[in-house]
Design a protein around this ligand. Structure first.
Ligand code: ATP
Ligand code: MG
Length: 655
């Protein structure tokens, strides 16, 4: 006999239970990291479904990342509530666009453009604006901000007084570029990621039939990580709701880390003002991390300077429910390579002691920091996966692999169960081997990408016995549109931004020095507050082991010296953190002979694998012939001009 629906509430504490059994909205769960917010809403949905209050097909749960969505779907299935839609805003919007576009707009849906920079460069050329790639990245993120704030080029100009233009141009020139980019995109029948949301908003606003049908489809809305919702996403949510109040939001203002893209915690903090009858539940017990880790997180938040104008609530002190645990370690290394070699050494130790690699993450501020780590881990024979590598589906080898699979699906018989075998076969025709190559660099990267496709085929075939090659390709298309890169078993390398909501047994936070954490361009109190929150997010990802590290210089020999991060001051002082200072001299020092050899091997181009002779000009560990990857410094493009946002304009509109 099936267990009573209430059994779903077992394993929740009193407050979580109160939240999970409040099946009608509006409901707001406000709580710190690791307190079980995501768990509470997952159980709430399952309880609603099992109790017969929710039709699973009428529930839309919105998560921040595709991975979180997949996790929620599988937890719901395990709790006896399959069939619920758990998606990111983008994925949910894209589905609606795909479905309704032919009826509402007609013709085919524009293709998704995942390489904004190229089109922007073209738009710039048309206007005879010359700029380097860093400039183009600045423009791209400014356009992203403008669109997330629902500002057209004209609207952007109207707000020009309240926001600095990107470096090197004035507002007029930027608005012209923005318009030229939009025109070019339209001419080519393309859409960017913001368009996915904008078009959906437009469709729902202009076509009553579509709006009615979408509202008929979804009755219950749940939004996780609500502190980082943008005005555009909020508008979409409002359109979905259409005045109804069946809404449950969950968030932690202290984890607002995307305000540079236009996201704002104000919707979360003002929820009660908008819905005076809303129930608000607060959770304070932290189930994720040990008391040692929690103490560190609390200290970091408590130390924030008064006077910052960031609208985050007074920090809720977390109370750990776990016992004991090792003290977090702080280690200072001589340079970036030494730091990467040290991480690889520690990871090997942890793996030998029985921690699965999938329970270890190395988190950093800028994607550019991953290069040295990739090299060190590959040299140590440790497998890893890059998160936040949104460009997975634009990698040449992935495109080539998918094209080969598509060709093969046209000729192969499309019967279900040995899809993985077929995928392995097709990919080996383009040079993939089952065995990983021993080297780091481009060869290894190519192998890892293709291995990720094979791994995905294996996992999907297990989940769906009826999987065919064609279905697999359809899944790849959907993931490509949602930027949902497949995962590989291995150590996770991720930017702090993309680690949100996730947890690991052991977490390394590297590069804790001035210039990286906080990042150089964070100058105002508001920006520094956001850096502090980012570090808070990083610390609270750790369940048991936490390693903090910094490198005293960028390059061997002490070139590019850096000061240790200001955020470490209260952590050291308040907690008397164990500080192991290991300054590693070139060619030995305290490093084991192996590790020293590994760090010497670092003079290998990460692009082509060529061993570089002493004196060769290398920038970011690549030789002159190998340009750095576009995704390398996803967040580094933010400049000081991000000060003085004009967010108030849009975010307060609905209050
Ligand atoms: P974040 O702010 O980082 O997103 P969160 O508040 O969403 O964190 P969860 O991810 O839901 O927290 O939970 C953190 C961890 O604690 C998870 O491993 C979860 O399974 C566990 N946990 C939460 N509540 C309980 C509970 N009542 N009993 C046991 N474990 C729990
Ligand atoms: Mg969560």
């Amino acid at each position: 006999r099936e267990a009573a629906p209430e059994s779903v509430l077992n394993g929740l504490d009193a407050e979580q239970r109160a939240a999970a059994s409040a099946l009608t909205g509006p409901l707001c769960i406000l709580a710190g990291a690791g307190t079980g917010k995501t768990r509470a809403i997952t159980h709430r949905i399952a309880y609603g479904v099992r109790a017969g209050v929710y039709d699973p097909h009428r529930v839309l749960a919105v998560t921040f990342t595709a991975r979180a969505a997949a996790e929620m779907r599988s937890r719901l299935a395990a709790l006896g509530a399959p069939g619920v839609q758990a998606r990111t805003f983008h994925a949910a919007a894209l589905r609606q666009l795909q479905y309704f576009w032919p009826v509402a707009i007609g013709g085919s849906l524009p293709q998704i453009l995942d390489y904004k920079i190229k089109l922007l460069a073209e738009a710039g050329k048309r206007l005879r604006m010359t700029t380097d790639r860093a400039g183009l990245r600045d423009f791209a993120s400014e356009i992203e901000w403008a669109k997330a704030s629902t500002l057209t080029p004209e609207g952007y100009l109207a707000h020009a007084g309240q926001r600095e233009a990107p470096a090197g141009v004035d507002h007029q020139a930027f608005a012209r570029l923005y318009q030229a980019y939009e025109d070019l995109k339209e001419d080519r029948h393309l859409m960017d990621f913001e368009d996915v949301l904008l078009f959906t908003v437009g469709m729902l606003e202009s076509d009553e039939r579509v709006a009615a049908q979408v509202r008929q489809q979804y009755r219950h809305f749940i939004v996780d990580e609500y502190q980082d919702v943008s005005p555009l996403q909020q508008r979409l949510l409002d359109l979905w709701l259409g005045g109804r109040e069946e809404l449950c939001v969950v968030g932690d203002a202290a984890q607002t880390i995307y305000s540079f893209t236009g996201a704002t915690p104000e919707y979360l903090l003002n929820f009660r003002r908008r819905y005076p009858q809303a129930q608000v539940v607060k959770l304070v017990r932290d189930y994720r991390s040990t008391p040692e880790v929690v103490k560190l997180a609390n200290t970091l938040l408590a130390d924030r300077r008064p006077g910052g104008d960031a609208p985050w609530s007074p920090p809720l002190q977390l109370i750990s429910q776990r016992q004991g645990g090792p003290r977090p370690e702080l280690t200072e290394l001589a340079d970036d390579d030494a730091e990467a070699a040290w991480v690889a050494e520690k990871v090997s130790e942890a793996a030998e002691a029985g921690t699965p690699l999938s329970e270890i993450a190395v988190l950093y501020r800028t994607n550019g920091q991953a290069q040295a780590l990739e090299q060190a881990l590959a040299t140590a024979g440790l497998s890893y996966q890059l998160r936040g590598s949104e460009r997975f589906f634009s990698r040449p080898e992935v495109r080539e692999g998918i094209a080969a699979l598509r060709t093969s699906s046209l000729v192969a018989d499309d019967s279900a169960d040995s899809v993985p075998e077929a995928v392995r076969g097709v990919l080996s025709s383009i040079g993939w081997t089952a065995q990983a190559p021993p080297s780091a660099g481009a060869v290894r990267e190519r192998w890892e990408s293709l291995a990720a496709l094979v791994g995905l085929a294996e996992r999907l075939a297990q989940e769906r016995p009826d999987l065919t090659l064609r279905l697999f390709l359809a899944e790849l298309d959907e993931r490509s549109a949602a930027q949902h890169a497949p995962t590989v078993e291995g150590v996770t390398l991720a930017s702090l931004h993309s680690a949100k909501g996730l947890e690991w047994e052991a977490v390394f936070l590297i590069g804790l020095c001035e210039g990286l954490m906080p990042i150089t361009f964070a100058q105002s109190q508001r920006e520094l507050d956001e850096e502090r929150r980012l570090l808070y997010v990083g610390i609270t990802r750790a369940k048991t082991r936490l390693y903090l590290s910094s490198a005293a210089a960028r390059h061997p020999g002490g070139r590019g010296r850096r000061k240790s991060s200001r955020f470490l001051i209260p952590l050291r002082k308040e907690l008397g953190l164990e500080q192991t200072t290991r300054r590693i001299a070139p060619g030995g020092g305290k490093l084991s002979p192996n590790a020293a050899a590994r760090s010497r091997k670092a003079a290998v181009c990460a692009g082509c694998g060529e061993v570089l002779t002493v004196g060769t000009q290398i920038s970011r560990r690549r030789c002159a012939d190998c340009p750095p990857r576009y995704d390398e410094q996803l967040f580094e493009h933010l400049r000081a001009w991000r000060r003085g946002y004009a967010k108030e304009l849009d975010t307060r509109a609905f209050m």
